[in-house]
Design a protein around this ligand. Structure first.
Ligand code: ADP
Length: 335
């Protein structure tokens, strides 16, 4: 009986030393991946068994040969359990990462929904209140002279057009956020999409004295939803023209690189403040210039829509400042 107690104590002491070393190792590696933790845990368990067996064998004065036999047997089982453990650990680590990504996606969607609700209450209700006030003033005859009445009518029409555009943007964004966007990808010649968008923005550019330029050649084809791609290009172009001071230049280029199609819209807007660069794609973000009345205030949804549509295609969009302005670049998987 005392023998058994002694054997137990030897095994416990050996295992305890290994466990303490393992706890130290885990502490040092606390920032590493789940897989590293699992490997350390398994190694500690296996080493504790080996150490226990070795300590007991030494104390029991096993012959060197018997001790080797025991150690080889234990090591073989240890190797098998380590291999199995690493394989399962990998799967566990991967599912933990997926769960993490799913949580992050859900968190972003929820934040997007909250931003949209806040946006609706401010950006739709405020102009509606203005419209109502103007309509009431007309109805009650508070404004009667023909010039003011004409001006009220004009403002009501402009504001209604703007609200229509905002509701349209809002609808698009909520479809993207709800994951309800169904793409019907076809092989699209990028050149034609860009030509159409340039034609659409040309009157605004002419009014502001802005030169529009597009590369002569090198236009790739891309696999994309045509309507969505057209929206991406025209949102980027409209912004470039709106935020570039008069007599500036807007340039569109495209090409193929490392299997991706890239499209860049560069302007001479003078640059986006560094603090704003990472926020321009956020829902409802508007830079300082967008809040000045002469700029034709937008809803702050244009670039959020661009990002949503590009990501729905498995692509990426980014922006950086260049010398005279900024450059928005879209990357999409090639056709
Ligand atoms: P909106 O234009 O309606 O304000 P967007 O989402 O299209 O909303 O753009 C967000 C902000 O990003 C704008 O308010 C503006 O400050 C900045 N921005 C977007 N495009 C450009 C550009 N081409 N040049 C400079 N600033 C830009």
């Amino acid at each position: 009986m005392t023998d058994m107690l002694l054997i137990g104590l030897y095994a416990l002491a050996a295992g305890g030393v290994v466990a303490a070393a393992g706890a130290g190792a885990l502490r040092l590696l606390r920032d590493r991946s789940i897989l590293v933790h699992i490997v350390v845990l398994l190694s500690v368990t296996v080493t504790a068994v080996v150490a226990g067996v070795a300590a007991v064998a030494q104390a029991m004065f096993l012959s060197a040969h018997d001790l080797r036999v025991v150690l080889v047997t234990v090591s073989a089982s240890a190797a098998v359990s380590l291999v199995v453990g690493v394989a399962f650990g990998r799967r566990l680590a991967a599912s933990a990462v997926w769960a993490d990504q799913a949580r992050e996606r859900e968190r972003r969607l929820e934040a997007g929904r909250r931003e949209l609700v806040a946006w609706v209450s401010h950006d739709l209700r405020t102009p509606l209140a203005g419209l109502r006030a103007m309509a009431e003033a007309l109805e009650d005859g508070v404004v009667a002279d023909p010039a003011t009445v004409g001006e009220y009518h004009r403002r009501i029409r402009l504001e209604t057009d703007r609200l229509t555009q905002l509701v349209d943007d809002l609808f698009e964004l909520s479809r993207i956020n709800a994951g309800a966007l169904r793409l019907a990808p076809t092989i699209v010649p990028l050149r034609e999409v860009v030509s159409d968008a340039l034609a659409g923005v040309a009157p605004l550019a002419a009014r502001r004295g802005i030169t529009l330029r597009a590369a002569e050649s090198g236009w790739p084809r891309v696999r994309a939803g045509e309507r969505e791609l057209a929206r991406v290009v025209s949102n980027l172009l409209i912004n470039a023209v709106r935020y570039t001071p008069e007599d500036g230049t807007v340039q569109v280029d495209a090409g193929l690189e490392a299997g991706d199609v890239w499209l860049a819209v560069s302007d001479t807007c003078g640059g986006i403040p560094d603090d704003d660069l990472h926020r321009v794609f956020d829902v409802a973000f508007r830079g300082e210039r967008a809040r000045t009345p002469d700029c034709g205030a937008g809803g702050g949804l244009g670039l959020a829509i661009v990002r949503g549509l590009v990501e729905a295609h498995g692509g990426l969009v980014g922006v950086r400042n260049t010398g005279a302005g900024c450059r928005f670049e879209v990357r999409l998987p090639a056709a």
